[in-house]
Design a protein around this ligand. Structure first.
Ligand code: ARG
Length: 228
């Protein structure tokens, strides 16, 4: 938005992948909305900057931030030691759980019955990384987005989808005949990323997140989107 208020302000560019409701998705007016967008806007406001969002493939976000194409990444991104070799993670601002989505009539009952099944994932996500490690690369089918993986489940190309719990709930709500198994696969922490050579911005963003946690802003944003 180019309001008079944002004129003259420096831009804070955020890389994300807007296929991941309620963290980032396209709303009815075709704007990118969600938890991460609201948190990033609150960070930008504290920094006196205006937020600009770049919607890119999830597995390009780390490189985009690392190379300076984007200043920060917020994408429901899990703190992960391999990613941390390339970018710095701020304090975590939310948690997630990897869950399993199946068709209502599936014989899959939990992580123990995934052996030899075709597992759909979003490419480059922790769901992809964990399942490839635990069940073998040859059993994991990688899609560019969660919705694409869910579509493959509906048409029988895969037997299940492993993805984060909150988007999983949204996908199941939007598609008939699917359910989330009542068993959790892996727990994770979400955080923002900043380039390793950008200490100054990292400090500012991390401080902003700490303050937004302490004053309850982040909890309020989470509660707005996540109904228990
Ligand atoms: N939490 C998972 C990860 O970090 C999935 C994140 C996917 N995010 C997205 N915006 N598509 O790998």
């Amino acid at each position: 938005k180019t309001s008079a208020e944002s004129e003259g302000k420096e831009t804070l560019t955020m890389a994300t992948n807007a296929t991941f409701p309620p963290y980032e998705y396209y709303d009815d007016d075709n704007n990118i909305a969600g938890i991460d967008v609201e948190i990033a806007n609150a960070i930008a406001e504290k920094l006196g900057m205006k937020l600009e969002i770049q919607d890119i493939d999830f597995d390009s976000i780390v490189t985009s931030v690392q190379s300076g194409k984007a200043d920060i990444g917020l994408a429901g991104m899990t703190v992960d030691p391999d990613r941390a070799k390339n970018v710095n993670f701020t304090d975590s601002y939310a948690t997630g759980v990897q869950v399993i989505i199946v068709k209502n009539d599936s014989d899959i009952t939990g992580p123990d019955s995934l052996e030899g099944k075709k597992i759909g994932v979003q490419q480059g996500t922790t769901g992809d990384i964990y399942c490839s490690d635990d069940y073998g690369d040859e059993n994991v089918v990688k899609y560019t987005s969660g919705p694409n993986a869910v579509e493959a489940l509906k048409t029988g190309k895969v037997d299940c989808v492993v993805i984060d719990n909150e988007p999983a709930k949204e996908y199941v709500k939007a598609n008939e005949g699917l359910k989330i198994l009542d068993t959790e696969y892996v727990q994770e922490e979400y955080a923002a990323i900043v380039a390793k050579d950008n200490d100054e911005l990292f400090e500012k963003v991390n401080t902003a997140i700490k303050e937004l946690k302490e004053d309850g802003t982040i909890q309020k944003i989470l509660d707005k989107y996540i109904k228990s």
